[in-house]
Write a new protein. Sequence first.
Length: 618
Amino acid sequence: MNGPWRIQVYDQKRLAYTGEVEGPVELGRQGDGDEAVFHLRKGPERARLVIAARDEDSVSRRHALLEPTDLGARVTNLSTKVPIRLRDGPEVRPGESLETPLPMAMMLGRKLVRVQGAVLVESDVEYLREATLPPGAWMATALELPPSGLSDAPGAPFDGGLGTREVESLVRWLQAAGDAFQAASEPCEFYQGATQALVENIVLDSCRALVLEQGAWTVAAASPTVSKPKDDHWRPSQHILGRLLTERRTVWSSPQQQSADLSMSLIGLSAVVAAPILNHQGEMIGALYGERRQHGGLQGPQVRTTRVDAMLVELLACAVASGLNRLAQERAAVAAHVQFEQFFTPELARLLAERPEMLKGQDAEITVLFCDIRGFSRISHHIDTAKVVDWIGDVMTTLSDCVRAHQGVLVDYIGDELMAMWGAPEDQPEHAKLACLAALDMLDQLPAINARWESTLGEPMDLGIGLNTGMARVGNTGSRHKFKYGPLGNTVNVASRVQGVTKYLKTRLLVTKATVDQLGADIPSRRLGLVRMVNIDDPVELSELSTPGHPSWETLRIGYEAALADFEAREFRQATRILGNLVLDHPDDGPSLVLLSRVVNCLIDPDAFDPVYVTPGK
């Protein structure tokens, strides 16, 4: 870069300083001496510009060093702890340097510093009046057409307005552009359609869609007029792109080739126009860039770029931005839907994709289910690991289908255990019943699972299922790295412990009284008594569920509950008589066997009586 720097400093969006300086310049805040804010002091090796007061500690005393380069400037961070943020570029961390084209803008604390080198004649560069708006912002902005200041007569001079011919051309052009984008489903299709539409509707030799990543411009698409390999070494005008980054509005130029101040990147061009492509946050992600080369020598007739041309380029850039934003939203919605379907039913997944606020943390009454594969460690020890993976995958898929079939939420797989929930994020008045039906459905699937796997496993497998109903805090219990929707609280802990009790009471399906109280008579249950579980403060009353239609269930229920009542009343002999008959008729009934052993123990030692069964472990 030759010539002086032009530096502008903005404080809270107001221009606070503008000036020029040659050679390297250091920027920082006031030192301990008599330096004045916005004072430029020239030195033998570099100049120093004070841009912040002494108490503004977001700017270091020696913060940035700017040095001219062939590309534009080298920015060095002299601070030991405060980064420099380049607008539309990467951060320059303490002690690091970055080379960047000019003009450029950077943030030092709350100060915005704009820097450009030797400036070409301002008459060679023009801008649209307003900054380009991001996708969606047009809906909140009143549409204001410029005054009609053009005559319809051919050759009438352009004075900044739109005449009838221009308005008609604009409408036709927009219709053609809309047709070009209607079928676009990938970013490259938007870029390619835009470049083709530009060269077909504006007198340009070539047009390219540029993508801005980490402060560097790359070509994403080029108009059909661009040939290879002749254009392999093509470079856009860094001056025009620098202006685009700084101004954030469409810029165009019809360079005067005889100007001594003409930027090197504009030599050989008779016209160049560029419009920014923004994302929905207003960040520049690319640009539409078109140019026209000199034809017929410097004195030959040249076609100048007009404001109408620039408006058309900006409209097309905005259309590309809107299309890219739509694609991003659609893909985010699809990703969210796919993610949600891992946990929720398809119907609920669609609802959550439309209303993600439902996933925010909330207190809700829910029913939680834990289902565990019995004897998993023993079985998996003597079969091939690959077969273990296939077995678990098949079992968990089958159990998950039961949850989803009854409108439940899959919370997690924990080794050989499945966790599910009902009652959130949507309110489900019959959440307890739905959860119990899912649990019974899981037990109904056991014969089919064993038919598929018993020969491989060497024995039949079994399940233990526990359910509990209560209040819990429900929401994303994962992290920003991994989504996990589920409940937290004592209700969850109790449900997990209830599942563990199934192996001590030698049964498959246990539920708490809080769950039973919400069931109707169509789901039969029998009360098994109070149980004290590990790390749960108060005893919990548990019941066993049975599949509806079990032929001997009513006899078991009546006999067991009568024996339990006698035991709790210390009528041990009467309880022994009832349980003895039950065990004779139903030798595999685990709860009757466990209660009988407790009754017999109390017959031997009445002081050992405790109406609460204490589990020996989890």
